[in-house]
Design a protein around this ligand. Structure first.
Ligand SMILES: Nc1nc2c(c(=O)[nH]1)N[C@H]1C(S)=C(S)[C@@H](COP(=O)(O)OP(=O)(O)OC[C@H]3O[C@@H](n4cnc5c(=O)[nH]c(N)nc54)[C@H](O)[C@@H]3O)O[C@H]1N2
Ligand SMILES: Nc1nc2c(c(=O)[nH]1)N[C@H]1C(S)=C(S)[C@@H](COP(=O)(O)OP(=O)(O)OC[C@H]3O[C@@H](n4cnc5c(=O)[nH]c(N)nc54)[C@H](O)[C@@H]3O)O[C@H]1N2
Ligand SMILES: [Mo]
Length: 762
């Protein structure tokens, strides 16, 4: 924990602005990389440079300004840090000692520098040669009773080339066990949208924001998690486009924003109001809100107005009558109660939607991380289809993805439920028979560890044990394994909660140069709007002993599959040869990859609904009905509150940059609970009281987190929020969307109980 005293103060300034500029300078200073970092920032997201390692929002085409944001700068500064984790560090600290340190402390130790192996006798990580490390992996994998006893995790910073080869290696090895960070994130998009519109991706491109007449931002905090999106929102507002923000937390950047890159606004301390409607939704109330909007559309249509796009509906869709029946059967009182939004405001939002000839709906984790997240995503598609908001400029659905290449990893084969057509292509191109049975998503992989069937876990990036639900169970599960491998830039908890054997393998980061025997190589990334661009690092690798992810994947494959006929050795050196194979496996998307990627700004992958082509079994877009108004199982307990676990402004997922959350007015503390003052008072508690949270679950497992400070915050009644990953011990593994596997991290049923120091205001 940082030494400074916790402080909570309502933040009243606009988001962005000088606060963001100052934070950028501070993080470069802290990581002692002012010159190196600033120089690297000049190359970030520029043609010929590297792609920001932070979020997946695309860059503006043809821009001359610096394309980075405060949080991109933080991600880069932490990657380019001068601090190093060396063999001396591991000699000085046992794993047990390191376990006692915070995630924040672990991150701050700096970049990993050489491969390390866990030595049980001393409880220390000790140096190991790369050859021995790969030999150990090969021995474990070859010794398994079944290839399905290994779990191959991917986190979304992995570039296309490494992810593609990983998907081939693992399938040649014989399993589809691909738990992925996407399983906890936008998988409800990847699984929910294909039956609706034929692709599991967004249909919007950046230029569409210039043509939109209304923009909805549902369950997403762009000022913190996709700051470059603020440029689009600010521009839209300046054009007078209404923006509807739907969120239980009045996130600062959704209310008012100053563009750090707008010189005039910065100099005059000006700012732009963002949301023209702020919809203060109850947690999980979005289904009722969307149905209310649709009901308003149907009612006005019935009253004689021309609201719906009947030509579009007739030509392009199926299932309209069933949707109409479901929506018309909904009762206004019930929708108001479930959403917490007045009928008047729902109708006002419907009116904004009706008047707009081109609407974009953006959404994030506030939509996906519920027990029926996939089907909620389908309701967003429904409302867009009703007015034909596909295949025209300024309109469409826009899931805002998280990790910079999480969408790309999925496109190139990281998929636990691959289609038969894809597997046939792999067979034809690579000449082996890939396994047909579906593999594990993240939750299933933990269940397999608990059962004892999973024996090996390989993590290509990420911090699996901190990201997944039920932290205590996850730790126990990981500790039962024979081998855990962490392929990473930075030390994290995942390396300390390990199997009998364990390896930490350090990688060359996104911002760093990749030199192979064939010369300098580049990698490719697909952003949230399906643009594929090249990324070339400009910095020297953190250590000469770091290896590119591509090489690590190839050498694991060579160790596990000694008689493989795949050209692993060649791919280590020649990334162009990997791209040629990607083009062979995905001709419809990637034909001519080698040439198309030479365009300075890359290229756009085809998204069929943009052409009004529906890759569904019936060749139509489908209205899909989700009965009722709830997206989470009801809990019969008068004390119950719904907990949303969210990100602070100063973290990237499990990486904690600082204990501050500027826009929510929190300083030097992360163990807090944002609560509605009336809910707090109803429980006889003081603001600032220290409490504990307990999960309400029927499975007999006690889940509790202590030492949380109550902060009065404009939350809707019945809703509380706190930070991920500290609150992950409260999230039951079984509480997940059955279609996508996505844990319900935004709606954990909890109750406040007396905790450590309970009742004592700070
Ligand atoms: N700086 C930074 N950038 C990031 C990340 C990061 O950690 N730090 N993470 C990256 C990743 S992997 C991802 S997936 C994205 C995540 O980006 P976001 O999708 O913005 O993620 P969260 O902060 O988890 O939650 C988003 C919002 O959902 C709201 N919410 C909670 N429950 C509900 C609900 O029931 N309904 C509605 N409508 N809203 C609700 C919360 O109040 C919050 O504002 O960001 C990416 N970018
Ligand atoms: N309760 C709760 N749980 C959640 C969420 C939530 O909102 N609430 N959000 C979920 C979401 S959306 C996501 S995406 C997951 C995130 O889950 P992960 O993707 O597994 O987690 P990260 O924290 O992004 O991973 C950070 C680690 O990645 C490694 N790393 C960084 N850059 C690179 C690189 O270039 N290459 C390699 N090989 N390694 C690198 C570093 O060692 C760093 O410690 O968490 C999920 N868990
Ligand atoms: Mo994510």
């Amino acid at each position: 924990m940082a030494e400074d005293k916790p402080r909570y103060k309502h933040y009243t300034s606009p988001a962005g602005g000088w606060g963001a500029a100052a934070a950028t300078a501070k993080v470069l200073l802290e990581q002692s990389v002012v010159t190196k970092g600033s120089r690297a920032l000049l190359s970030m997201n520029q043609p010929g440079g590297f792609k920001c390692p932070s979020c997946a929002f695309p860059d503006a085409v043809c821009t001359k300004k610096l394309e980075f944001c405060e949080n991109g700068a933080k991600a880069l500064a932490h990657e380019a840090t001068k601090f190093r984790v060396t063999r001396d560090f591991f000699a000085a600290h046992s794993v047990t000692d390191l376990m006692a340190q915070s995630d924040y402390w672990l991150e701050r130790q700096g970049r990993l520098t050489e491969p390390m192996r866990y030595d049980a006798a001393s409880d220390h990580y000790v140096p190991v040669s790369w050859d021995d490390a790969f030999a150990l992996i090969g021995r474990h994998l070859r010794g398994l009773d079944s290839p399905h006893h290994a779990e191959f995790y991917t986190s979304g910073r992995t570039p296309n080339e490494a992810a593609f080869l990983y998907s081939i290696f693992v399938r040649e090895f014989g399993t589809n066990n691909f738990p992925d960070c996407s399983n906890m994130c936008h998988e409800p998009t990847s699984r929910g949208l294909p039956p609706a519109i034929g692709v599991g991706k967004g249909t919007v491109v950046l230029e569409d924001f210039d043509h939109a007449e209304a923009i909805f931002v549902i369950g997403q905090n762009p000022g913190t998690n996709a700051p470059r999106m603020m440029t689009q929102l600010v521009e839209a507002r300046k054009r007078g486009v209404p923006i509807v923000a739907v969120n239980p937390m009045p996130e600062r950047a959704l209310i008012r924003f100053t563009e750090p890159q707008d010189v005039v606004q910065m100099a005059t301390f000006g700012s732009t109001p963002i949301a023209s409607e702020f919809v203060h939704i109850r947690i999980g109330g979005d289904l009722a809100f969307l149905k209310g909007m649709m009901k308003a559309l149907f009612e006005r249509e019935t009253a004689g107005e021309a609201i719906l796009d009947h030509d579009f509906i007739a030509e392009h869709t199926e299932g309209f009558a069933a949707l109409e029946a479901d929506i018309c059967a909904q009762d206004w009182g019930a929708m108001v109660a479930a959403s917490g939004i007045s009928e008047e405001q729902i109708r006002r939002c419907a009116d904004i939607y009706i008047r707009s000839k081109a609407t974009i709906i953006c959404y994030g984790m506030g939509v996906t991380q519920h027990q029926l997240g996939s089907r909620l995503v389908q309701q967003i598609a429904n409302i867009l289809l009703l007015k034909g908001n596909f295949g025209r400029p300024g309109a469409g659905i826009s899931p805002i993805r998280g990790h910079s290449n999480v969408q790309g990893d999925r496109t190139v084969g990281i998929d636990e439920k691959p289609t038969a057509a894809y597997l046939d292509r792999v067979r034809d191109v690579f000449g082996f028979d890939p396994p047909r049975e579906h593999g594990h998503h993240t939750v299933e992989s933990v269940e397999a560890m608990e059962r004892g069937t999973a024996r090996v876990f390989i993590g290509l990036g990420g911090n699996f044990v901190r990201a997944i639900p039920d932290t205590d169970r996850a730790y126990d599960a990981m500790r039962k394994l024979d081998l855990t491998v962490g392929i990473a830039t930075k030390l994290n908890r995942g390396h300390l909660v390990h199997g009998r054997d364990a390896l930490i393998l350090p990688v060359v980061a996104r911002s760093e140069r990749i030199e192979t025997a064939a010369g300098e190589q580049f990698v490719t990334i697909e952003d949230s709007m399906s643009n594929v661009t090249a990324s070339r690092g400009v910095l020297d690798p953190a250590s000469p002993d770091c290896k590119p992810e591509v090489e690590i994947v190839c050498r694991m494959a060579m160790a596990a599959l000694p008689s493989s006929r795949t050209g692993w050795a060649r791919y280590i050196d020649d990334y162009g040869a990997i791209r040629d194979k990607i083009a062979e496996v995905y001709p419809a998307l990637y034909e001519g990859f080698a040439e198309r990627i030479t365009a300075p700004l890359g290229f756009h992958l085809d998204v069929a609904p943009r052409r009004l082509v529906w890759l569904t079994p019936n060749g139509k877009a489908n209205f899909l009905v989700l009965p009722g108004l709830a997206i989470n199982a009801p809990v019969d307990d008068p004390d119950m509150l719904r907990l949303a676990t969210v990100r602070s402004h100063d973290q990237f997922n499990t990486t904690i940059y600082s204990y501050n959350d500027r826009y929510r007015g929190v300083y030097n503390d992360r163990m807090i609970l944002f609560v509605n003052a009336e809910d707090r008072a109803a429980r006889g508690l003081e603001a600032g009281a220290k409490v504990a949270l307990e999960t309400i679950a029927a499975d007999g497992i006690d889940r509790r987190v202590d030492g949380l400070t109550l902060i009065d915050y404009p939350m809707p009644r019945g809703a509380v929020a706190g930070y991920y990953p500290e609150l992950n011990p409260l999230l039951p593994l079984e509480l997940y969307d059955r279609i996508s596997g996505c844990p319900a991290a935004k709606s954990i049923p909890v109750r406040i109980v007396a905790g450590q120091g309970s009742g004592a205001p700070r």
